[in-house]
Design a protein around this ligand. Structure first.
Ligand SMILES: NC(=O)c1ccc[n+]([C@@H]2O[C@H](COP(=O)([O-])OP(=O)(O)OC[C@H]3O[C@@H](n4cnc5c(N)ncnc54)[C@H](OP(=O)(O)O)[C@@H]3O)[C@@H](O)[C@H]2O)c1
Length: 335
């Protein structure tokens, strides 16, 4: 039997993850049993939520233990099946396939994807979890109406780039916040956002005053921290804040003081709502169909950041935590 390459969490990261927290190991692939499929991983999705899995802090999903293979979404090809549902050659996506060359799983943990719809790696990108997050988080939680000013942070990333484009389709004035000139130029020139704020080189408060003169009606928050403080202090009456992620907090060893912006929430009668994409799972088919149509019509484009080789996943993941990725971060594991 062939040998599997796996990346484990060797030690639990404290603060920003380091390469020494990860290790590549090799194991023989066991024979699959009745009810199982063997999948060759083709693409891995690297996502910020994985940092939460590496922490012991209470969350909506179980933490990894030292020695566990890193859990994560992936796209792969079925190479052996002992099930009625899957056959050799099927392309599948699964949320828990993990950082490894081969995965053994059951039909309940995977879904078949249609390779004719779009390139298969989009099943973990624009037509997968990040795409669903952007679609439902903006439209169902942010509830934009035409003419609204929508601000999105981490705006060039997997989720943010789609949020802004969907908000444009919804007839909104879109302001993206991202780190660096290159990312901001992309938002303006390629994605046609109305304005972009480079939070690393510009004063966010001043730029929000300039680009959101009537206040912010919808804030799609991917980052938390001081950027979010600035946006919340510019909310318009009855604004909606869709709390999607707080990446600025994921690697802190002690929490920042919080709730500094509640006065603005109160005085603007704003709504702040946290959401997890899985709460919309029953409706994913609606979003996949809609997003695929928008892609075909050229209304949505998606930028991917592809790193070759499973062994480079730890370094790429650390980069994701530091803003090195530019677009949806993927690891190309195999052809
Ligand atoms: N609620 C849900 O169900 C759900 C689902 C998916 C994702 N999320 C969350 O959505 C957010 C975006 O995820 P994604 O997959 O689209 O990642 P991403 O935006 O593709 O990558 C993360 C980006 O975050 C930015 N960033 C990193 N550290 C930061 C800091 N300290 N302050 C401000 N920005 C920082 C960087 O962009 P810059 O260079 O622009 O700083 C980096 O490129 C994350 O918080 C994630 O946890 C939530």
């Amino acid at each position: 039997m062939s040998v599997n390459k796996q990346i484990i969490m060797k030690t639990r990261p404290e603060g920003m993850p380091k390469l020494e927290n990860f290790e590549i190991i090799e194991n023989n692939i066991p024979d699959i049993r009745h009810g199982e499929v063997l999948i060759k991983i083709l693409w891995l999705s690297l996502d910020p939520y994985m940092r939460g899995r590496m922490s012991k802090a209470k969350s909506y999903a179980a933490s990894l233990n030292e020695g566990d293979v890193i859990i994560g979404g992936a796209v792969g090809r079925v190479i052996k099946s002992e099930t009625n549902e899957y056959k050799e050659g099927d392309i599948v996506e699964g949320f828990t396939l993990g950082w490894q060359a081969y995965a053994i799983t059951t039909p309940a943990s995977i879904r078949k994807i249609n390779p004719d719809l779009a390139p298969i790696q989009t099943a973990v990108g624009v037509l997968g979890m990040p795409g669903m997050t952007a679609f439902f988080g903006l439209l169902y939680v942010g509830k934009p109406i035409p003419g609204d000013t929508v601000v999105v942070s981490a705006a060039s990333g997997a989720v943010g780039q789609l949020v802004g484009q969907i908000a444009k389709i919804a007839g909104c004035h879109v302001v993206g916040i991202a780190g660096g000139k290159e990312k901001c130029d992309f938002l303006l020139n390629t994605l046609n956002f109305d304005a972009a704020i480079d939070y690393k080189n510009q004063n966010v408060d001043n730029m929000l005053d300039k680009y959101c003169p009537n206040g912010v009606n919808v804030y799609f928050d991917n980052v938390g921290g001081s950027i979010t403080d600035s946006v919340i202090n510019k909310l318009a009456n009855y604004a909606r804040v869709a709390v999607c992620g707080v990446i600025s907090q994921y690697n802190l060893t002690a929490p920042e003081p919080g709730l500094r912006t509640h006065r603005a929430i109160l005085t603007n009668q704003a709504t702040t709502e946290g959401f997890l994409v899985f709460q919309f799972a029953q409706k994913y088919h609606i979003a996949i169909e809609r997003m695929a149509k928008w892609i075909k019509e050229g209304k949505i484009i998606y930028k991917e950041d592809v790193v070759e080789g499973l062994e480079n996943a730890p370094d790429a993941f650390i980069g994701l935590m530091n803003g090195k990725n530019f677009g949806k971060l993927l690891i190309k594991v195999s052809e």
